[in-house]
Design a protein around this ligand. Sequence first.
Ligand SMILES: [Zn+2]
Length: 211
Amino acid sequence: MIKESALSTRDAIESIVVPAGDYLLKKISKGQTLRITDSEGNQAADCLFYSVSNSAERYSAMDTIRSQGNVYLTAGTTLVSNYGNPMLTISADTCGRHDTLGGACATESNTVRYALDKRCMHACRDSWMLAVAENIDSGISKRDITHNINFFMNVPVTEDGGLTFEDGISAPGKYVELEAKMDVYFLLSNCPQLNNPCNGYNPTPVKIDIW
Ligand SMILES: [Zn+2]
């Protein structure tokens, strides 16, 4: 569902550009709004969310899909934790559909999906592992890295129940906005993937704004 935001980036308290292949770990307080902008189009923003007070409580794809009865995320979606609590709601979305089934890229999946010699290529899981290693204070560890959201990524479910990685439906300047319902850690890997058409084989920066 396309829903424009009423917020202006001029009023944002913080704006950060995250290059492709980098991570961002940021605390978002209850009541704050987070916007992720697909600066150049067709990028995949691989995201995880954790409760600040307990990193064992985190975004759950299964609980979110079950509670809304829809496999795609868009405006109106509530991101539900593995404890059944609302973590954030998607308050605006100009892309219209986001994936939470496809998972994040890893060196292992690069090897299985593409070729053995793709194993050494940078993947989202590497960025998250680096993030938790460099931010021990967050309390998030390797064991907490689980299923995620791929904002802007187009992973349609086929008639026979399979998944395909398709050319993106996003475009330059499209954004998704989330309002925090609890204090959360936002962990982003701006996907460096070069082997599938979701980002047009050309990873690009995303912009983060916080109100
Ligand atoms: Zn990735």
